[in-house]
Design a protein around this ligand. Sequence first.
Ligand SMILES: [Zn+2]
Length: 125
Amino acid sequence: MNCCQLEKDIATKSELMKNYDIVKEYDPQPKNKDGSIRWFLYRWDDGKNGVRRLARCKHCGCVFLIQAYRLNKFSEYADVQFEDWYPIGSEIEADYANQNYTGLQWELEHRPVLQCKDEAVVCLG
Ligand SMILES: [Zn+2]
């Protein structure tokens, strides 16, 4: 059991981020061997808002893969910066996920435990 499961009272992202370090930000445009862009994290995104990060809890050391994105311009939430927090076993697993899954592929197979909508934090776990 890690302490992160107990953070259901945290209501704002700034409060949440006091407990985490961002240890890594992945290239939002992973490249093929020939240098061409393999994908944008989300296909409607040009790579500016769609990005993955790795966060580590300052207290227990457990890690989360964060997928940050904006929805496409036709969504009523187009102006909201979303962050979905996925529990992940290790940095190595996160690196693997980053190389093998687009944002949507990852979403379809995994469940986030937290979601930030701009400053608001919603606990889903
Ligand atoms: Zn923790």
